[in-house]
Design a protein around this ligand. Structure first.
Ligand code: BGC
Length: 371
């Protein structure tokens, strides 16, 4: 925490001489908005966390940051980008609702000479993306699969019941998470440890260690939650209705984020033929931390949004100073290889939940019961 605050303080110190943010209560009159942030939706804790952490980073320095939400609507997102363009921003930090649909907005911004920083989700199919601020999303999927593989090894046996679910096909991350998960789980399907119970498309490809994007798309299309808890509830309920009791008992469930993991977990909990289930997730939603404490979700992946916010601010600052942000990786967006420096993630289970979530300063203990 202390180290983080020092890093943050130095970032903000670096930033203030070069940037001004609209709506800043202490901002000098007439100073120009230089950076805009566009986030996909207020309906998910994940993105209100990002909003809070952006605001915290600037509040510490007496500034507010202007953040526009796109309400899961690509047209609204484009309008948000256009409003920042007409305000004369120099950089836009944008988390797209739909990776490919966002290309047009990115193109417009680029034409206006604005740096485009793709935030958490990659903008696809355009050369107008300068940088990708991201977590290591392959590691996120790998952490889910590793968790299930470890439980299988502990419990022993063959032919264990595996149910797989994915994020929205319009989100490039859904592919990266799935790729990370498949790399770890596929060998354990191939050797008979797991049997896939809910996806004929995945069964058809279970002999292949590495899948093409088209192959991943077939599986994701069949098991998508669309990042929606109600879709997740519906698909898991209909999978369980279709499955015979012999495909239930102890179930290993690859679920793609916390809000869908809670919905999917609730479906498995309600099925009398399910005796035990393991679910995975990500985001460290407070409701899921409580589920983990209560034994209703097995794990989540903490993606410390404070890090991502600091990376985004740092990247924008460097661009405003005419410098090049640090790069360790590239991500192909269908058109170009976008430079990035992915941040590490942390697997969280009941065993380390207090250390990872509370002792780290991410959330106060008072947010939870039974810790
Ligand atoms: C993000 C996740 C989030 C999901 C749904 C993904 O792109 O990386 O953190 O849970 O979108 O909003």
């Amino acid at each position: 925490m202390k180290r983080f605050l020092i890093v943050l303080a130095s970032l903000v110190a670096l930033l203030l001489p070069t940037m001004a943010f609209a709506g800043g209560s202490q901002e000098g009159k007439g100073s120009k908005l230089q950076v805009g942030v566009v986030l996909p939706t207020k309906d998910e804790e994940r993105w209100t966390q990002d909003q809070t952490r952006f605001q915290d980073a600037f509040a510490k320095a007496g500034y507010n940051v202007q953040i526009l939400f796109s309400e899961k609507d690509s047209a609204k997102e484009k309008a948000n980008v256009e409003s920042f363009i007409s305000n004369g921003v120099k950089a836009i930090i944008i988390c797209p609702v739909d990776g490919s649909a966002a290309a047009a907005a990115a193109d417009e911004a680029h034409k206006a000479g604005i740096k485009v920083i793709s935030y958490d989700r990659l903008i696809r199919d355009t050369a107008s993306v300068d940088y990708y601020v991201t977590f290591d999303s392959v590691a996120v999927g790998a952490a889910w699969a590793q968790y299930l593989v470890d439980r299988a090894a502990q419990n022993g046996g063959k032919g264990l019941h595996l149910y797989i679910y994915a994020g929205a096909a319009s989100d490039n991350n859904a592919f990266i998470f799935f790729q990370g998960a498949w790399g770890v789980i596929q060998p354990k399907i191939a050797d008979g440890t797991f049997v896939i119970e809910n996806s004929s498309e995945a069964i058809a490809l279970q002999g292949k260690k590495t899948l093409t994007r088209e192959e991943e798309a077939k599986i994701i299309g069949q098991v998508t939650t669309n990042w929606s808890p109600s879709d997740a509830k519906n698909i898991s309920e209909s999978n369980l209705t279709a499955a015979p009791n012999s495909a239930k008992g102890v179930c290993y469930v690859l679920s793609p984020n916390d809000q869908t993991a809670r919905a999917i977990g609730d479906s498995f909990a309600a099925d009398k033929a399910v005796t035990k289930y393991y679910t995975t997730g990500q985001d460290a939603d407070r409701a899921s931390i409580q589920y983990i404490i209560d034994g209703k979700q097995s794990m989540t992946v903490l993606k410390d949004v404070r890090t991502l916010v600091a990376d985004a601010i740092n990247t924008a600052t460097l661009y405003l100073q005419g410098k090049v942000p640090p790069q360790t990786n590239t991500y192909n967006n269908g058109k170009i290889d976008v430079p990035a420096k992915p941040s590490a993630i942390v697997s969280v289970t009941k065993d380390n939940v207090k250390a990872a979530i509370v002792d780290s300063g991410y959330y106060p203990a008072s947010d939870f019961t039974g810790l």
